[in-house]
Structure formats: C-alpha cells, structure tokens
Design a protein around this ligand. Structure first.
Ligand SMILES: [Zn+2]
Length: 264
C-alpha cells in the first residue's frame, strides 16, 4: 500500500480525476480506493506498457514493475512506455520516468529481476493484484501458484500474431491458470513472428480495465471466462472455462485444500 492513504481528494486530484468522480460506479469513494490500492505489473513490454500507463493515469496509488530487460529499437513498434531516447536503458527505469511524467502521484516500485521461487511470494505479497504481461509460460505458472498461496487475484493476458486473450484468476472463485492451460505448448508452437504492434495495446487495455474493476469491486470480472480478440476478423468471443477438479495447483484432489497450494 502507498505510504499515505488520502481520506479526501485535494483540489488537484478532483480536477485530475474529474471524469471518474462523475461516474456513480467510481465516485470519490472509488477514486480514494484506487489511490490507496496497488498493482504489480509483471513485464514492462508490449502488454505492460498500456497496463501501466492506464493504471497510473487512473490513479492506482502504487505500481510495481518487474522486468530485467533493456529497451531495444525493435521494442518501440509496440512498447509505448518507452521511446527512442530510452534505448539501452533498463525498461523499469524508462517506464518509471514515463509514468512519473504522466502522474507523479503514483508510487512506482521497480524490480529489475527475474521472478523465481525465491522472490515471487515476497514481491507479489506487497500488492493487491498481479497483472501478467509476459510471453513465457514459466512465469505464468510461477505467478499463478504464488497467487493461489497468497489468495491474490491475477489478470492474465496473451498475444499471438493478430490474436489476443484475457482472463482473470481469483483464488477460490474460478479456474486458475493451470486449469486453463495444464501444460505449456511445445516450443514449435511458440510465436516466431509478430505481433501486430497495436495488438498488445488492445489486450493490455482490457487487462487494465479488469484490474481497475477488481480494485474498485465493480462489475463482473472475467473469472471462468476467456475473452479472445481476433484483429483480422475484428471479432471478440468469450469462452467458459471450468475449474479442473484434478488441477495440480487448485484442484480438489490437492490434499483436499481448494485453491491453496504451497509455493514450490
Ligand atoms: Zn487450477
């Protein structure tokens, strides 16, 4: 949580968040809730860019960014947190500067590390929600398992060429990521081309929306549902996903403890 949780909005905050205040579903109470909430964005690349920018713009009080890469020229086709002047810098440094320019009120914490079993629980434990913006399955499973143990929600997003998908995993409320994808796809099926540069913008914005809904406690989160987007078709579809009773992470045969599994 941020160091100071405001109990009322300053005149500047009233102006900055005026459009939120005019929504009954958000209002002053909701904006104060956002200001005192936190989100960990895992990945400061194509998906992490719109996620972090919109969460900062919305006034989420504390944002954590995990990424150990540096900004390369080929990133700039889609990673809009970064710019030409950021080339060669650590992505978390470049991102913190961009977010500070957008909303200096946000407490941005950076982690230029590879998440692993030794650090994931400590880092994730400092946040209300995790937003996954990575392209590797090892990190998805790692964060899934840690979030189950902590009881923390995770907003997943994925992109492939012209297609993307989003789902939300809430411990005890629906399937976990291992229920969705029990095994990682073989390397031969991993993308070797793309994505279309704007695609992570679409999918990341949906992830940011789901995150804000969770933090506000409004609407129906994408729990047990997989939202897919096909940019070439211009179509969205939603698929129901059920919890797998035999899931090694959250299943009922996991020592009889639904939704809880020690971090490996
Ligand atoms: Zn599961």
């Amino acid at each position: 949580m941020p160091a100071s949780c405001p109990v009322t909005l300053s005149p500047q905050q009233r102006e900055r968040y005026h459009r939120h205040l005019s929504l009954p579903e958000v209002g002053e109470a909701g904006q104060l809730k956002l200001l005192s909430s936190s989100a960990l964005v895992v990945g400061a690349g194509g998906l992490g860019s719109p996620i972090a920018l919109y969460l900062a713009a919305a006034g989420v009080g504390k944002l954590g960014l995990v990424d150990m890469d540096t900004v390369e020229l080929s990133n700039l086709q889609r990673q809009v947190l970064h710019s030409t002047e950021s080339l060669g810098q650590a992505k978390v440094v470049s991102a913190r500067r961009a977010l500070g320019r957008l909303n200096p009120e946000v407490d941005v914490q950076t982690y230029a590390v590879q998440l692993d079993t030794g650090n994931v629980a400590e880092i994730l434990g400092g946040y209300d929600v995790a937003v996954l913006a990575v392209d590797n399955f090892a990190t998805r499973y790692l964060v899934n398992d840690a979030a189950l143990a902590l009881g923390a929600p995770v907003v997943h997003g994925g992109i492939y060429r012209f297609e993307g998908q989003v789902t939300v995993c809430l411990p005890d409320r629906g399937p976990c990521y291992r229920c969705h994808v029990p095994d990682p796809p073989p390397d031969a099926l991993m993308p070797t081309s793309g994505p279309l540069g704007v695609l992570p913008g679409v999918i990341g914005c949906i992830q940011a929306t789901e995150t804000i809904k969770l933090l506000l406690g409004v609407g129906e989160p994408l729990v047990g549902r997989l939202l897919t987007y096909d940019a070439l078709e211009g179509s969205f579809h939603t698929f129901r996903v059920r919890r797998d009773p035999g899931c090694p992470a959250c299943g009922v045969r996991n020592n009889g403890q639904l939704g809880r599994r020690p971090v490996p």
